[in-house]
Structure formats: C-alpha cells, structure tokens
Design a protein around this ligand. Structure first.
Ligand SMILES: NC(=O)c1ccc[n+]([C@@H]2O[C@H](COP(=O)([O-])OP(=O)(O)OC[C@H]3O[C@@H](n4cnc5c(N)ncnc54)[C@H](OP(=O)(O)O)[C@@H]3O)[C@@H](O)[C@H]2O)c1
Length: 340
C-alpha cells in the first residue's frame, strides 16, 4: 500500500492511522521532489502528538511520479497534483482512495461517507483495472453525518450552514499566524462551493452508473478561526415534513450506524454522538470523541426561520480526511472491492 502526500498534514494522520493497521501495510511513501530521496524522518515536519513510528521513519520517500503498482493507494495530495497523478494511477490498475477534491464531483466517481452512502461504492464493482473512491471536504463530512438521521426520517430540503473551521484544514504551514491569531477570516477559497454541491451528490441515488444528486439547497458561509483541530458547524434545516425539536433529538439519538456487524477497524460504534451541555460541542473538548471519528451534536432546537437548528462538530483531519479515507478503504475490503 502507498501513501501519496505522506509528508503533509493529512499524510501524517494517514501514517498514524495506518502504521499499525490490522489490514493494511505501508510499503511506499511518496511526496514532491522536495522530499524525494530523503528518509521519511528527514523529509517530514512531524506534527502528530504521538512519536513518529520507527517502522516508517527510515523509509525512503519517492516522487509521486515514480509510483506505479501499489494495489491500494491513499492520496493526500493537493488538488492540482492529484488531478494530474491520480488518473494515471487508476489507468495503471491501482485502487486510489483520495482526500483531494479533484475528482469528487465526477458523477461516475463515488464520493463516500460509509455511514451515509455505502451503496455508492457499487459504482466501482465489476470495473476492470483501477478505480478511484473519494471522501468529501472536511466540513462536508460533518454536515452530511449530522443531516443523515434527519434525511432518513423527515427529508431535508434546504440547509443554511455557517462553519468555524480549524487552521489544520489548510494543511501545513497553512494560514500565516499573523493573519489568524486573534482573528476570524470569513473566507476559505472554494470551501463554500464544496459545501454547496457535495451533500446533494452524497445523498443522491445511483442511476445508469452515475449519481443523480438529491435536490437539496445548501447555503454555506465559511470562516477560518484560531483553532488547531475541529470544524464547528452552526446548521439550520428546512425539513421535508415538519418535526419538533424533541422528535429530531430522538431521531439523532436513535441513529444506528449501518456499518454495525461489519467489524471495520476504524468505524466508530456511534458516528453521531449527542452532547447535552448548554455550551457543547467545543473543538478542544470534543473533536477527539471516538478517536476523532464521531460527529458530535448539541443544541437541537426549533428554528424560527427554517424548521430546526443545531450545532455539530467534526475532527477535520481525522473524520474529515485521513480517517474518512481509511474507513472508505476498509469498507471497500468488506465489500470485496479491493484486497487487503
Ligand atoms: N487538512 C484537512 O483538514 C483536509 C481535509 C480534507 C481534505 N483535505 C485534502 O487533502 C489533501 C492534502 O491536504 P493537507 O492538508 O495534508 O496538505 P499539505 O499539508 O499541504 O500536504 C500536501 C502534500 O502533498 C505533497 N505535494 C505538494 N505539492 C506537490 C507536488 N507538486 N508534487 C507531489 N507532491 C506534492 C506535499 O509534499 P512535500 O512535503 O514534499 O511538499 C505534501 O506531502 C488536499 O487535497 C486537501 O484539500 C485536507
């Protein structure tokens, strides 16, 4: 198995999640020409809270252009490089699981959150040769997991969401300290568009080997805030049929993971966790719940403008990126779409 973009912010999380993974074994680490030829320990500016695993520190980093056959490839490349490199790897017969946005909205490419639309993986069944499966934007993952119980029970017609996004979402070194400290930046390039278009595809249906999006209007205002990890989302929704805040609360609490019984190593027992504190959820306190793989929700109440409002929190580099890709790969294994 290979990790592309292994030296970046998401790549380091992939290393942390995969170095002792029970199903996958890291063989190749790839990054830019700046890193190629150096050992991983020399090339990386390690930012994880756990030590650099000795099993990977001595691996020689290669250029992404030299990667050919790896069976399973995790990609944490920037979007421009991904747009160039990932299709070549697919054409060469590899299965690529990508964090990058380059191919997410291609109607023939599955954009998957395992607890929301596991059936979309069927798009790659029976394909000869390689394939690509993508995971959504880091804030989209939190939004669709939070909406899933409501979509299933009441339908959701429209969403108004304001995000407060952590700096790790911009990769490393990311946003200059002089811009973000003691400040909020009400703009992240391309992010509002991703939040606007990805949920409809994720909640869509397979038809004629492509995805027909669910007609759901999403209005998104995004902000960058001086938080390290954890995107907070303030969400208001217009439901398909009316429901009280109490009914919505019960719906969230009753939501069961469709992955139950599959024994996927990275699947949280409860992907949606309800918190009861009046000031919950908070990035520093709650983004690490269930190993960073659960979305926490609180403050469910009636909305005087739409129907319902609440606050959700997602760990952007775990549930929103590296953990999302690893869980997608595990589901692909469970469905017999890729070998361990
Ligand atoms: N951070 C998040 O919360 C998050 C969430 C969801 C999705 N994503 C997506 O995940 C991807 C990675 O994000 P990140 O935050 O980890 O970015 P990052 O910290 O900037 O890391 C980028 C990685 O790509 C490599 N790279 C850059 N330019 C390259 C080139 N020209 N050729 C080959 N390799 C190149 C870098 O290698 P060098 O170290 O050698 O330069 C590094 O390993 C992006 O597509 C991002 O949009 C990120």
């Amino acid at each position: 198995m290979c990790i592309l973009g292994a030296t970046g912010s998401v790549g380091q999380k992939l290393i942390r999640l995969l170095h002792d993974h029970p199903w996958f074994e890291i063989q190749t680490l790839a990054a830019s020409d700046r890193s190629a030829g150096r050992t991983y320990a020399e090339a990386v500016h390690w930012l994880e809270p756990t030590p650099l695993p000795p099993s990977v520190s001595g691996i020689k980093v290669v250029s992404v252009d030299s990667v050919q056959e790896c069976d399973l490839v995790f990609s944490a490349l920037d979007s421009n490089t991904a747009r160039r490199v990932e299709p070549l790897l697919v054409a060469a017969g590899n299965s690529v699981v990508s964090n990058a946005s380059a191919q997410r909205m291609d109607p023939a490419v599955p954009l998957v959150v395992p607890e929301v639309n596991p059936d979309h993986l069927e798009l790659i069944r029976g394909r000869n040769g390689g394939c690509i499966v993508t995971n959504p934007n880091c804030a989209t993952v939190g939004l669709v997991l939070a909406l899933k119980p409501l979509v299933d029970r009441f339908g959701v017609e429209a969403v108004d969401v304001t995000t407060l996004q952590a700096v790790s979402g911009a990769g490393y070194p990311g946003v200059p300290a002089m811009d973000i400290l003691s400040n909020v930046i009400p703009y992240i390039d391309g992010e509002a568009d991703k939040l606007g278009e990805e949920p409809g595809k994720i909640f869509g249906r397979i038809r004629d080997l492509t995805i027909e999006p669910l007609p759901m209007t999403v209005s998104a205002q995004v902000t960058r805030v001086p938080v390290v990890d954890g995107h907070l989302l303030s969400i208001s929704v217009k439901l398909g049929r009316s429901a009280t805040a109490e009914e919505a609360l019960v719906t969230f609490e009753e939501f069961k993971s469709p992955l139950e019984g599959l024994d996927l190593p990275s699947a949280p027992e409860r992907p949606v966790v309800m918190l009861a504190g009046e000031a919950d959820p908070q990035p520093r306190l709650h983004s690490g719940l269930a190993g960073g793989m659960a979305v926490s929700i609180a403050q469910v109440r009636a909305c005087p403008v739409l129907d319902l409002r609440f606050v959700a929190l997602v760990h952007n580099t775990l549930r929103g990126a590296a953990g999302a890709a690893v869980l997608n790969a595990e589901l692909m294994v469970a469905k017999g779409l890729v070998n361990r």
